[in-house]
Ligand binder design. Structure first.
Ligand SMILES: [Zn+2]
Ligand SMILES: [Zn+2]
Length: 350
C-alpha cells in the first residue's frame, strides 16, 4: 500500500513529506487510515537521534487513532470503518509468559516498536503514525470505545498508559495518597487518572505557577519542591509517587516523602540519576521502581475507563506542517499538555 507521511532524513534538517510503502496485508493484519497522532517526547528524541539509534528516514509517532480500512482473512475482530487505536508496539513474540498475559511491553524477546524497530518477519524498519496509513497485526490494534473523542484520545496510547500501568500495578484508588512529580504530558495524565481512580492526588513541582493547573486537573494540593519547610512537613505522606520528570534529577529530596513501604516509580527518564541515598529506603522500607508504557490489555482497560469516566488528555491540535515548531515548543515545555497532529492536514501535501 502506497502512503505518505512526514519523515526526518537526518538529525538536523526539518522533517519533510515522504512517500513510502506499507506492507501488503498478512492474514492477521489490519490496515488503518490514521486520523490523529499524538506527539510524544520520544518522537523528538528519535528525530534528533538523541539515543544514537535512529535509522533514517524516520517517520515517528506512536499515539495513533484511526479508522479500519481493510482486514486480513484471519483478522476478525474489526470491521472496515470502525475507530481503532495503536500505541507504542506493533508486534511481539506472542508466546512468552509476558505476552501470554498481554504485557507485551515486557516480551522476553522484545516487542516490535511502532517505529524504528525491525519487523519480526522481514527485518524492515517500522515507520510510525505521522502518516496517512499504517498496517498492524490485529493483536496490537485496540478498540476505541464509543464516547471517547477520537480527536483527543491519541495521547492515551503512550502518555496515558505510561501512568495508568503503575497506578494499577500499585493499586491506586480510594484511600491511597498519590503524588505526581512534574506536570507535563505524562504528569497531567497521571493526575487525571489517579483522581479518576479515586486516589488523593498531590502534584510536586518547582513552579508555584503550576498550582492552578494542578488543581484544575484534579489534584487536591500542590507541594512546592523548592520550599524546604513544605517538603519537610510532607514527610511520610504518600503511598505512591509517580516521577514523570523527563531529564536527570535528584531522587533524594523525594524519598522521605514516602510512607513506610511506599514506592516511587520512575516513568519519565531512562538515564543515570546523579545520586542515590540508601538511608531513606533502609529506614522506611521504601522502594524505587520503574515502569514503561503498558501492554494491550492495560491499554484497552485504560481506553474503556476513560470513556466511562469522561477523562481525556488536554490537547493542542496542529497541522503536520507545524511539527518543527511543535518540537521547538516541547523543548521549552510550552504545551498544555500534548500536541496532536490532525492527519487531514496531510491532504494538502502533494
Ligand atoms: Zn511515547
Ligand atoms: Zn513475548
Amino acid at each position: 500500500m502506497k502512503t505518505i507521511g512526514y519523515a526526518a532524513h537526518d538529525a538536523h534538517t526539518p522533517m519533510v513529506p515522504y512517500g513510502f510503502d506499507r506492507r501488503a496485508l498478512r492474514p492477521d493484519d489490519v490496515a488503518i487510515e490514521i486520523l490523529y497522532c499524538g506527539v510524544c517526547h520520544t518522537d523528538l528524541h528519535a528525530v534528533r537521534n538523541d539515543f544514537g539509534m535512529t535509522a533514517y528516514p524516520c517517520v515517528p509517532g506512536h499515539e495513533i487513532i484511526g479508522r479500519v480500512l481493510e482486514t486480513g482473512p484471519e483478522a476478525g475482530r474489526y470491521r472496515a470503518g470502525e475507530l481503532v487505536a495503536v500505541g507504542t508496539m506493533v508486534d511481539s513474540c506472542g508466546h512468552c509468559d509476558q505476552c501470554a498475559q498481554h504485557a507485551e511491553q515486557r516480551c522476553r524477546e522484545w516487542a516490535t516498536v511502532t517505529y524504528g524497530g525491525p519487523d519480526r518477519i522481514t527485518g524492515e524498519i517500522t515507520q510510525g503514525g505521522y502518516s496517512r496509513h499504517i498496517v498492524v497485526r490485529e493483536r496490537f490494534v485496540l478498540a476505541l470505545p464509543d464516547g471517547l473523542d477520537p480527536a483527543r484520545a491519541a495521547p492515551l496510547l503512550c502518555a496515558g498508559v505510561s501512568t495508568w500501568s503503575p497506578l494499577r500495578a500499585w493499586n491506586a484508588g480510594p484511600g491511597s495518597r498519590v503524588a505526581v512529580i512534574g506536570l507535563g504530558g505524562l504528569g497531567h495524565m497521571a493526575v487525571k487518572l489517579a483522581a479518576g481512580l479515586g486516589a488523593e492526588v498531590t502534584v510536586i513541582s518547582r513552579s508555584p505557577g503550576k498550582e492552578a493547573d494542578a488543581l484544575a486537573l484534579g489534584a487536591r494540593a500542590m507541594l512546592l519542591s523548592s520550599d524546604p519547610a513544605a517538603m519537610a512537613a510532607a514527610a511520610n505522606s504518600f503511598d505512591l509517587i509517580l516521577d514523570t520528570v523527563p531529564v536527570a534529577h535528584e531522587l533524594a529530596p523525594y524519598m522521605p516523602l514516602l510512607e513506610v513501604d511506599g514506592t516511587l516509580v520512575i516513568v519519565g527518564f531512562v538515564g543515570p540519576f546523579p545520586d542515590f541515598q540508601a538511608f531513606p529506603l533502609v529506614a522506611g522500607r521504601r522502594r524505587v521502581s520503574g515502569s514503561a508504557v503498558g501492554g494491550t490489555a492495560e491499554t484497552q482497560e485504560l481506553l474503556d475507563f476513560c470513556a466511562a469516566h469522561g477523562i481525556l488528555p488536554d490537547c493542542e491540535m496542529i497541522a503536520i506542517q507545524a511539527i518543527g515548531e511543535a518540537f521547538a515548543r516541547m523543548e521549552q515545555a510550552d504545551v498544555r499538555y500534548r500536541f496532536v497532529i490532525d492527519m487531514a492536514s496531510l491532504e494538502s501535501v502533494a
